[in-house]
Design a protein around this ligand. Sequence first.
Ligand SMILES: Cc1cc2nc3c(=O)[nH]c(=O)nc-3n(C[C@H](O)[C@H](O)[C@H](O)COP(=O)(O)O)c2cc1C
Length: 254
Amino acid sequence: MITFSHDRIAEQTNAPARTGRALPRERPLNIHRQTKQAMNTIQSNQLLEQLNWRYATKQFDPNRKINARDWATLEEALLLTPSSGGLQPWRFIVVTDPAVRAKLLPVSYGQPQITDASHLVVFAAKDNINEADVDAHVRHAAKVQGVPVENLSRLRDMLVGGIVKSMDEPARNAWARNQAYIALGNLLTSAALIGIDACPMEGFDRAQYDEILGLKARGLSSAVIATLGYRLPADKYATAPKVRFPREQVFVNV
Ligand SMILES: Cc1cc2nc3c(=O)[nH]c(=O)nc-3n(C[C@H](O)[C@H](O)[C@H](O)COP(=O)(O)O)c2cc1C
């Protein structure tokens, strides 16, 4: 039986188990360049090592902050998140104000990550995605691609037909929340690759978050949150074995 234990991963990849190192960063930030082929790829064992190193951090060091460069990298990673139709139906609310974080603590089941982590991101999904949102996206795409907006009329029709008109409002809101979770996954992996700890969190009261952060007035609803920073050495979850179903149970080959 194959399990995703650290030793097993180390054995399979010759990677040292859980060293907790950040990958060496030789590359300068190079965020908007489009490449025709993948460059500067990392080794498979480095990827697995970092994915094993990451865990849902329970205890953050309240004295360690993510530096501006690393945070900028993570923001770029969030911006680069793919979404269905490219519609990006989200806003990422970055909460660093300690007073706001203190207000959010009791509506997050008192989970200490809320106030101890360096950064807290609320993934907010856009409410009631509609034709105006599609138009805004298509206009922007035309500008970025340097083409007249009329050239993208088929894209517009596809998005209006496939997303706006094919679903009622609750379904569209659920769709937007699903998209926000893609950004969450992207952030978690990106953070792990640069040696930053994170905890994805659903243990919070969405309505209260919406209220405290004034999200409804912006046409947004909180979907999920993530706290990020640096683990305390005392956090015993860091070394707990990964609990994952066996590969043969999870993968279905057709
Ligand atoms: C969407 C989502 C919501 C979660 N909510 C919480 C949470 O509110 N508090 C918490 O401590 N962990 C939370 N977790 C962490 C999971 O319990 C954890 O990811 C899972 O047990 C696997 O462990 P690992 O991430 O350490 O590998 C959440 C994870 C996900 C993906």
